[in-house]
Design a protein around this ligand. Sequence first.
Ligand SMILES: Cc1ncc(COP(=O)(O)O)c(C=O)c1O
Length: 399
Amino acid sequence: MTTQQIIDLEAKYIVPTYRRPPFVLDRGDGVYLYDTEGKAYLDFVSGIAVNALGYGDTELLDTLQSQSQKLWHVSNLYHTMPHVQLARSLCENSFADRVFFCNSGGESVEAALKFARKWARETHGEGKTEFVAFSGSFHGRTMGALAVTAREKYQAPFAPLMPGARFAPFNDADAAVEAITPATCAVIVEPVQGEGGVHEAGAEFLRALRQRCDEQGALLIFDEVQCGLGRTGTLWAHEPSGVTPDIMTLAKPLGGGLPIGATLVTEAVAQAIQPGDHGSTFAAGPLACAVAHALFERVRKPAFLAHVREVGSYLGARLRALAAESPVVTEVRGRGLIWGLELTVPANDIVAAGFEAGLLTVPAGEKVLRLVPPLVIEKEHVDELIARLGPILIETGET
Ligand SMILES: Cc1ncc(COP(=O)(O)O)c(C=O)c1O
């Protein structure tokens, strides 16, 4: 099929939930993607913070191949080994005692919401069913996750949503304290908001949430679907705050590109859950879990995380220098390898200019350009980014 034929067939047969640029991606190698015409793109999106190890990582490939020859799927009706190995490693390297596996970020949030409701009912009785979430949040597009996602545009067409969700301003500890009441079963927050424009939750804010949740007998849920698993230069984005949650949601990079999500919980939360309370046909499949285990063992290594911090701070410095020269960049925010450039022009325009220049970037809201490259990029890739993005950001807005 030609590039145009693929695009035409997509327009005819695919439900139009996404707008896509006029090229077709065909293969990946390292931190580059190639389209069907052979054009190379430096990838600063990594499948929206998914492909942490880039493309063609030999260890992930070996794991995928050997597990695929043994077993792909048997359902959760039976014992298998890969999900146990992965769960043990996730627990040994986090606050958590147990893990529920699923297939996506949205599902990991759904499980978190259901577990919180069940825990509250078992522990405190009826009437403790509310969730507190924050302005700028994004937790997914399934009905429960959407209800705690502060985006009118995403919510309005699908009302009525799950009842019991209320919102407080992000990073406003006083407002949060007021919003968390005896009716609250859980508070959900991203330690670094991704889709909302790359905004970090302050350590004081997270500490205030923890304290108020404890006072009101509510659970604290950290959504680390986008910011977790090394993205910020520590294994968990919440680490520098010193605050730990009762539940944490993971997905995106966990499967190295295969669909897998996880909801990590404390023993107290897990004790409220019985067989039959929740489940999923595909979840915890041996193939995705074997690959995820290989990915996690790599990403959690101190040297790997040190690399993310080192390249990340180099990227931050180069972005700040670029912003000083650009008429359209008003702020540079980020940590590790998640960065947002606040713009005076639509981020989509910059993303489109990037395509022309052989560069993939992604908006986070209308006027924030987001950079979430594979975690294995080197400084030379940062230099290449600046060489491609610099002229766009400097020339845009100049007349
Ligand atoms: C913080 C956060 N939570 C949840 C989700 C939903 O994940 P998924 O698209 O895999 O359902 C996303 C996706 O962008 C996210 O960034």
